[in-house]
Design a binder for this molecule. Structure first.
Ligand code: HEC
Length: 260
């Protein structure tokens, strides 16, 4: 299974798919002048450190000292009964980092940490993680500020009918263990392969994209899901539209994996 992010780049220490630490070079600005003080060869002008980012050790995941959210666009929901959470991280914030929401009654933000911040390549993810708990449907902006710099992220919270979770739960755990298109999701996602599809993996996927993954096995990218233990089997499951909606709600309400 790929340890890389699904819906964006990732270094994915513990969580596999949350678009987090590294980003594709296309997302990042050029390597700047990479300097941290000295003399500009062309102009001969001496410049000094700005007292912020270049004074710290650049983090391995960006190396560029740019304050950023990863991901910077996440989805969650509410249904009036379950807790819906979604994580995201800020990179290159200093000790004075503050994150606020455009509507403080719409969500809560709690600092959290990865269970395993070191990924398979030995790189440490030193993002500052926040767990969002959704409280009110709508679209909101998070703003991170540190040392005079600021950056934003978008949080979209859907309003799910209260009966959706139950429909999802019933399909997810229907007990079917045979290799049919009606197979229980829990067979592979809880038992067996235990592939993460908690909000840590699906933070940046829209509800529609999650539905497409369930019914066609195609992930944004696009890429086609392969089931390692069963080559030839496709990730195409029989679900009614009520079950599909229910599964999206059910997955959004799973406790995000990989945090402590
Ligand atoms: C036969 C095993 C199997 C069954 C049954 C199964 N899945 Fe999956 N699922 C996988 C595998 C394998 C992946 C892909 C992992 C990858 O490509 O990294 C996956 C990926 C996903 C993803 C994308 C997550 C990610 O981050 O890659 C979602 C969402 C998902 N499955 C939902 C479901 C739902 C809902 C059901 C039940 C209707 C279901 N799956 C049934 C094996 C299974």
């Amino acid at each position: 299974m790929s340890k890389l992010g699904l819906f964006g780049a990732a270094c994915a220490a513990a969580l596999g798919s949350l678009a987090a630490c590294s980003s594709s070079s296309a997302d990042l600005p050029g390597p700047d002048d990479g300097s941290s003080g000295g003399t500009d060869k062309d102009s001969g002008v001496t410049f000094v450190r700005d007292g912020s980012v270049y004074d710290s050790t650049p983090s391995p995941e960006s190396g560029l000292g740019q304050l950023l959210f990863r991901p910077n666009n996440v989805y969650s929901g509410i249904d009036g009964t379950k807790a819906f959470k979604v994580p995201l991280a800020v990179y290159d914030g200093d000790a004075d980092l503050v994150v606020t929401a455009s509507d403080s009654t719409a969500l809560t933000l709690a600092k959290t940490t990865l269970k395993n911040p070191v990924n398979a390549d030995g790189l440490t993810d030193n993002g500052k993680y926040y767990m969002i708990t959704a409280l009110k449907a709508g679209m909101y902006t998070l703003t991170a500020t540190s040392k005079g710099r600021s950056t934003t992220a978008t949080v979209t919270i859907a309003d799910y009918a209260a009966n959706r979770w139950g429909a999802g739960n019933a399909r997810y755990n229907n007990g079917v263990t045979t290799m049919t298109s009606n197979r229980a999701c829990a067979n592979c996602h809880v038992n067996g392969l235990a592939i993460d599809h908690s909000p840590a993996a699906l933070a940046t996927a829209t509800d529609q994209e999650i539905g497409i993954i369930i019914t066609t096995g195609v992930k944004p990218g696009p890429s086609v899901i392969k089931i390692p233990t069963e080559p030839g089997t496709q990730h195409k499951w029989d679900v009614t539209s009520t079950e599909k909606d229910g599964l999206v709600t059910y997955l959004r309400a799973i406790e995000p994996r990989g945090f402590q």
